[in-house]
Design a protein around this ligand. Structure first.
Ligand code: ATP
Length: 304
């Protein structure tokens, strides 16, 4: 279990993490979601004491990181895949990590096999592709057989096969009863991987929720209608008690009405319909709505 308590981090006048409190429980994958610059990496670095908080603390199964005797045996992490000594082979990189944490050679061989790097274990890690570096980073995270695992944007830049592999691995690790905390800026990715979500924006907690509940609350189904006479159709549907909203590009969005009844009402009133199609709002849209007020740099601001 990870307990984050009243964590705050400032960089000069900028508050990167703002009085953040949440818990990450074992036995399930918890997604750490937020737009770019929300403070996810900063929070993860503070969990590992790579960065000092200005206030608050983090406990790992009740202990501070600095009080762990063999940190790698309690918490494994993949923060920056390329942060490997390029001149070392994958095997020697892992062996060096193992030796500094009282972990045996056998375990090094085991994790190399587990992540599928057997054939390149003797090669210099500096020449690895992103996918291979990612696997090496995960091997390092797994080395101490830790109860707690942290992954910062682990699927960034990976091909579909690599993405599927990481997803399954994280779910398997959680199923073994471990605490798995993974950051992403993509709701769609988290919907497939995580069971629970911590959502932050501008360093603040926006939601702490089960993924299923989030999907249920935020999936909106509606009918998209295109007609040359939207005002008239709105009137007709409104009179029949159907809620109609204005959609993008001159379309209408009718909520809670059957396709057939909309078509029927239009026909009765001699109104032409050019499109009538069922739609459901994506999770990505729901996430964007939730974080709308906390996105750091908007596209408009970028246009100079
Ligand atoms: N070392 C630093 N010095 C100054 N500002 C920093 C530093 N590290 C992070 N920040 C700022 O703190 C805020 C949070 O950054 P952080 O990298 O934690 O966000 P994030 O949610 O991980 O975003 P991303 O998905 O873009 O990595 C940003 O505004 C960032 O510019």
């Amino acid at each position: 279990m990870i307990e984050v308590r009243k964590l705050t981090k400032r960089y000069g006048p900028k508050v990167a993490v703002d009085d953040l409190t949440f818990e990450v429980k074992p036995g399930r994958v918890t997604g750490f979601l937020g737009p770019n610059g929300a403070g996810k990496s900063t929070t993860m670095r503070m969990v590992l004491e790579l960065d000092r908080p200005d206030a608050g603390e983090v406990l790992l199964d009740g202990k501070r990181y600095r009080d762990l005797r063999h940190p790698l045996r309690k918490v494994g992490s993949l923060l920056e895949a390329k942060a490997v000594h390029g001149g070392r082979s994958a095997y020697h990189h892992l062996l060096w990590l193992a030796q500094t944490n009282g972990i045996g050679k056998r375990r090094v061989r085991e994790v190399i096999e587990e992540v599928g790097l057997d054939s390149v274990a003797g090669k210099h890690a500096g020449g690895f592709s992103l996918g291979m570096s990612q696997r090496l980073g995960i091997a390092a995270a797994l080395l101490g057989d830790p109860e707690i695992l942290l992954f910062d944007e682990p699927v960034n830049g990976l091909d579909p096969e690599g993405i599927r592999w990481i997803r399954t691995l994280m779910q398997d690790l959680a199923a073994e009863g471990r605490t798995v905390f993974v950051s992403s800026h993509l709701m769609s990715e988290m919907a497939l991987t995580a069971a629970h979500l911590i959502v932050i924006g501008r360093g603040r907690l926006l939601a702490d929720t089960a993924v299923a509940g989030f999907i249920e609350r935020n999936s909106r189904s509606y009918m998209r209608i295109r007609t040359p006479d939207p005002d008239r159709l709105r009137e007709v549907l409104g009179a029949a008690g159907i809620q109609v909203d204005q959609g993008p590009g001159g379309t209408l969005e009718a909520v809670g009405a059957e396709l057939g009844s909309i078509g029927h009402l239009a026909a009765l009133n001699g109104l032409r319909i050019d499109e009538l199609s069922p739609q459901s709002a994506s999770l990505e849209e729901a996430f964007m709505q939730l974080t709308a007020g906390s996105v750091e740099y908007r596209a408009e601001e970028g246009k100079r």
